[in-house]
Design a binder for this molecule. Structure first.
Ligand SMILES: *Cc1c(COP(=O)(O)O)cnc(C)c1O
Length: 375
């Protein structure tokens, strides 16, 4: 059996967790949390980072920091995970869904431009599969309209747009360490705050609306309730696990890229013969090998391919369902058809991708796909 995902352990996780436990400090913002944050800030050129218990939480913090009020509009892709937009809906925002590009599932900048109104408060690009959105265009649209950009970089660790780190463009950006991502902590996330004027409020929101972080740094002599907030910080046990992973980032990334390239080469002939479409990387984007997907001709072919592979013990899976068509948002959506989002909903298929997958297994998956199309 080849599963779709298998969480990778570097081997140091339990050692670091033991260290954290032995230190007697296992609540949040201890040494391991600080080390993880410092790693992200330095390596990815982020002004300030705060670990959170999930990327969902980081997005919820971002929505509060954008000061979203009832009726404000937020532009986001429809082809994304629920949390990307749910975080803003919780603050009363109206989500204005934009379609994906023709050649990849990222948000289409032309659509963003058309959808901006005086009510628009934020644009939330999602770097699908870790492949950069067109950040040059998106940042220039946002700057012209005085709108904030929040990057959902959940899948985009160690990936770049025109040589600049994803997560370093928006005033805020969010990462995920869910067990399905490249670097994991079970559940975990991180908020990057590149607009330094938001740092103080971010710390307060993360500490239940109190100025406790300033108190612990000795900047004030008592702390209290100064804003809204919640408990968004992870325990040191989670941070210790994460630090063990971050230390091995380069090794994780290079192994995943090897596998990704093996898939690409192994399926190229099927793309050339028109049986499927391979991922398209724009010239400004890098590949962090978060995911390997193919596009089938239609949903019938995609679904039979899933069944065919399953019979051979290979777990391949579809991905998002367009959010503008979801049970919750359908009646709230303004009715514009979003054809590319629906096309990816129906035709995109993700293949097994995890650190311990072998090149031989990748070849096995490719040959199974070949036999599906060519008999
Ligand atoms: C994984 C993911 C999330 C949610 O991350 P959690 O850490 O599970 O909350 C949000 N957005 C995208 C695009 C994701 O891939």
């Amino acid at each position: 059996m080849i599963p779709f995902n298998k969480p990778f352990l570097t081997g140091k996780e339990l050692d670091y967790i033991s260290e954290a436990v032995a230190s007697g400090k296992i609540s949040g913002d201890g040494d391991f949390s600080k080390k993880c944050q410092a790693f992200f800030e330095k390596r990815f050129n982020l002004q300030k980072t705060l670990l959170t218990t999930s990327c969902t939480d980081a997005l919820e913090m971002a929505a509060i920091l954008c000061d979203i009020q009832l009726g404000d509009e937020v532009i986001a892709p429809s082809y994304t995970f629920v949390s990307t937009v749910n975080a803003f809906v919780l603050r009363g925002a109206k989500i204005v869904f934009a379609d994906s590009n023709d050649n990849n599932p990222n948000i289409d900048p032309d659509q963003i431009e058309e959808l901006i109104t005086p009510q628009t408060k934020a644009i939330v690009p999602v770097h699908y599969a870790g492949v950069a959105c067109d950040m040059g265009r998106i940042m220039s649209i946002a700057d012209h309209s005085n709108v904030r950009v929040v990057e959902d970089a959940a899948q985009a660790i160690d990936s770049y747009c025109d040589g600049k780190e994803l997560g370093s463009f928006g005033s805020l950006s969010t990462f995920s360490f869910h067990e399905t991502k490249n670097v994991i902590a079970g559940e975990g996330g991180l908020l990057a705050i590149n607009d330094t004027s938001l740092i103080r409020r971010a710390e307060i929101i993360r500490e239940k609306g109190t100025n406790r972080s300033e108190f612990f740094r000795g900047e004030i002599d008592k702390y209290g309730w100064v804003d809204i907030g919640s408990s968004f910080l992870p325990s040191e046990i989670v941070s210790a696990f994460l630090y063990a992973q971050l230390e091995q980032l380069d090794q994780i990334q290079s192994q995943r890229c090897r596998l990704w390239n093996a898939y690409y080469e192994g399926l190229l002939h099927l793309a050339k013969s028109g049986h499927l479409i391979l991922p398209c990387l724009p010239s400004y984007a890098t590949n962090n090998a978060h995911m390997f997907y193919v596009l089938c001709e239609n949903s019938g072919v995609r679904d039979s391919l899933i069944q065919f592979l399953k019979k051979k013990g290979i777990m391949a899976v579809f991905h998002y369902q367009s959010l503008h068509q979801s049970e919750y948002y359908r009646s709230r959506h303004d009715g514009r058809p979003l054809r590319n989002a629906d096309r990816y909903t129906g035709t995109l298929l993700r293949l097994p991708m995890y650190y311990e997958l072998s090149i031989e297994q990748v070849e096995q998956v490719c040959s199974a796909i070949d036999s599906f199309f060519c008999g």
